[in-house]
Design a binder for this molecule. Structure first.
Ligand SMILES: Nc1ncnc2c1ncn2[C@@H]1O[C@H](COP(=O)(O)OP(=O)(O)O)[C@@H](O)[C@H]1O
Ligand SMILES: [Mg+2]
Length: 401
């Protein structure tokens, strides 16, 4: 068996000056701790895996678990912060510009959930568009595009316009567009995410059949467990940037590596897996109890908020202060706001989604998420919840090349 893609202790941290964050990661700090300390996001947290030639390797995990980041690394759109990503034994971080261009343009093709189909071009012209940009001559373009359309079962639609096609057919155009470049490796980022269940099952079936014929190496991202089990020769379950388990469907179902994987397999209802800490956000501004009234006012202005949470030593939540309460102090030139700190509405970090809603309804302001030692972990507002659920509907903003 030939290894086509390999990750070795692969780490990706988003942002500039990743030195400190990487150091914390190497010392065993968690993603949320690193976020709090440095403000940087750990996208991939020390991943190790091998994808063999001709197999469908599925990446599955909740929104934000790092699936798209891994694809971007394989495609060399971004570079590892540390560790290595190898394509056919060659590390992307050591490739020359020319090698990188060839990797992205010829050796790897991507299929997206939302790819930009050009409404004023026929189907075949849509499929040959990529070749046109790369300067392939017309005859060759035509020949290859026709073949790709045949392969995905759209041969007879070559001269149709996109608006004549159903959602499933459009998705096949996307696939044809990836196949036409004849790359060995196909990266598919939730390609069927926008299709309804029936068509989706149909497309999965077709991909399996198609794969028998074309035998590409496919890395397929999904957050649908059924889809993963159906398609994956191997499945990698991701959480917070790390890979929790890799195996065949049977291996994973028979022997989940840990409790998280077990929950993932049984409690497919996302709202049961998510807890308060996973949906919380770090607030734009905070104030320490030792800081002053004027600092607090300044921060409120900066965050465009009329209140701030107050933290004590070791991130312990002290409460919150409001602008109305501290403005009079400011007029009296008092420095300390200690006397006007109010008690905050808190919620334990492991509260499950179902129980967050009622708590949020009763809270005056944002809910403060705290751990068992009353340390502040972040906030939950109505908006953070809505955002989280929206993200979960799929759709990842990787710009198409
Ligand atoms: N360009 C970026 N800059 C900063 N953070 C990012 C960027 N892209 C993704 N992230 C963060 O990295 C983490 C992993 O994201 P992503 O790989 O898109 O997850 P998934 O595809 O599994 O939903 C998330 O916390 C996300 O917010
Ligand atoms: Mg994604």
């Amino acid at each position: 068996m030939t290894v086509k893609i390999e990750a070795r202790n692969l780490v990706k941290i988003y942002g500039d000056n990743t030195g400190k964050a990487l150091e914390l990661f190497n010392q065993g700090y968690t993603r949320s701790e690193i976020q709090k300390e440095t403000g940087l996001t750990l996208g991939v947290a020390g991943a190790n895996f091998e994808v063999e030639e001709g197999e469908i390797f599925v990446l599955i995990g909740l929104s934000g678990s790092g699936k798209s980041t891994l694809l971007r690394l394989i495609n060399a759109l971004i570079m590892p912060t540390s560790g290595s990503l190898l394509v056919e034994g060659q590390a992307i971080e050591k490739m020359t510009e020319k090698e990188l261009r060839r990797l992205r343009g010829e050796r790897i093709s991507m299929v997206f959930q939302h790819f930009a189909i050009l409404p004023n071009r026929t189907i075949i012209d849509n499929v040959s568009f990529g070749m046109e940009i790369r300067g392939v001559v017309k005859e060759e373009r035509q020949k290859r595009a026709e073949k790709a359309l045949e392969t995905v079962g759209l041969g007879e639609w070559r001269n149709a316009m996109p608006n004549q096609l159903s959602g499933g057919m459009k998705q096949r155009v996307g696939l044809a567009r990836a196949l036409v470049m004849d790359a060995d490796i196909l990266l598919m980022d939730e390609p069927f995410g926008a299709l309804d269940a029936l068509i989706r099952a149909e497309m999965q079936e077709e991909l399996i059949n198609l794969q028998r014929e074309i035998k590409k190496t496919v890395v397929f991202v999904t957050h649908d467990l059924d889809e993963a089990l159906r398609l994956g020769d191997k499945i990698a379950i991701m959480r917070d940037g790390a890979i929790e388990q890799i195996g065949t469907a049977d291996e994973i179902l028979a022997e989940p590596a840990n409790e998280y994987v077990e929950n993932f397999l049984t409690g497919i209802d996302v709202s049961k897996i998510l807890d308060a800490s996973s949906v919380s956000k770090w607030p734009r501004e905070l104030v320490r109890e030792t800081e002053s009234v004027s600092v607090a006012l300044h921060r409120m202005k900066k965050a465009d908020s009329d209140y701030l949470f107050v933290l004590g030593p070791r991130r312990k939540l002290v409460g919150y202060i409001t602008r109305d309460d501290i403005l009079p102090l400011s007029k009296k030139r008092e420095k300390s706001f200690a006397d006007v700190i109010r008690k905050a509405d808190t919620i334990p970090a492991d509260t499950i989604m179902r129980d967050i809603y009622p708590a949020l309804r009763q809270a005056d302001r944002a809910l403060a998420v705290v751990d068992e030692k009353e340390r502040f972990l972040g906030i939950i507002t109505h908006n953070t919840l809505v955002d989280t659920l929206d993200e979960r509907k799929g759709g990842d903003g990787i710009a198409e090349l």
